[in-house]
Write a protein that binds this ligand. Structure first.
Ligand code: SF4
Length: 238
């Protein structure tokens, strides 16, 4: 059995072979990435982006959003859903940054060591390990491995983490398995695999490029009498 790090590298390589190196919008300033990540909760990427662009169009400067009644933020972000929760949260994050720094920007974090940047972000209201890791990885260019629901589920099935490990704990665990220069690609391609193939309720294992390296699939195949390539074996003639 290959070491966990070797398995992670094989999975990263296989995913890039199948899906390619994913592109991502790395042009957002860190505050914008943070707000966009808050907007992404419980919605899809298209609605998140619609809400983000509507918010930026309504408030070209974050200071303007902070000065406005929260109802205006809620109205602008309607496409993302959960406006009554996300609106006050966005305002509270903007307020906390302004109070701490005198202006609303997070560029100063670039000069921090990664652990200090993560700790600073985690102090912001409602910012958990996933949001902090996304801002670090995609906006600050710092090593961090974000774990969303897809990454958590797929890495559990692939045996890249202990079965009962929580998503919060999986951030550091997976960061230790992949190399930092693999984080963004592995994170995005695992999400794609989770969305397109390794569905929560009914993973489409026979269509999965990773089925030969997946313990979940091996166990399921053994219990159903399937061949490890995902096909039900044909009966041998006597
Ligand atoms: S083989 Fe099945 S369970 Fe394993 S990663 Fe692929 S879809 Fe998910």
């Amino acid at each position: 059995m290959a070491s966990p790090k070797a398995r992670a590298r094989n999975i990263y390589t296989k995913l890039e072979t199948v899906y390619g190196k994913p592109a991502w919008d790395d042009g957002k300033p860190p505050v914008d990435e943070l707000i966009s990540t808050i907007l992404s909760q419980n919605t899809n990427d298209a609605n998140r982006d619609k809400a983000y662009h509507a918010l930026r169009a309504r408030f070209p400067r974050w200071e303007d959003a902070l000065a406005a009644p929260v109802a205006e933020i809620v109205a602008a972000i309607r496409p993302a859903g959960l406006g009554p929760q996300k609106g006050p949260r966005i305002r509270s994050v903007l307020h906390t940054i302004k109070e701490a720094r005198g202006r609303i920007e997070l560029e100063f974090l670039r000069a921090y060591p990664p652990d200090a940047a993560r700790a600073w972000l985690r102090e912001l209201p409602g910012v958990g390990p996933k949001t902090a890791a996304i801002v670090m990885l995609f906006a600050l260019g710092m090593p961090a491995f974000p774990v969303d629901t897809h990454v958590h589920r797929v890495t559990g099935r692939l045996g890249l983490r202990p079965e009962r490990m929580t998503a919060d704990a999986a951030h550091d665990h997976l960061a230790g398995l992949f190399d930092p220069d693999q984080y963004a690609s592995a994170h995005l391609n695992l999400i794609r695999l989770g969305r397109e193939v390794c569905h929560a309720r009914k993973p489409d294992c026979p269509r999965c490029a990773l089925c030969r390296m997946c313990p979940f699939f091996r166990t399921r195949s053994a219990s159903q009498g399937q061949a490890p390539n995902g096909r039900v074996p044909t009966e041998r003639k006597p």
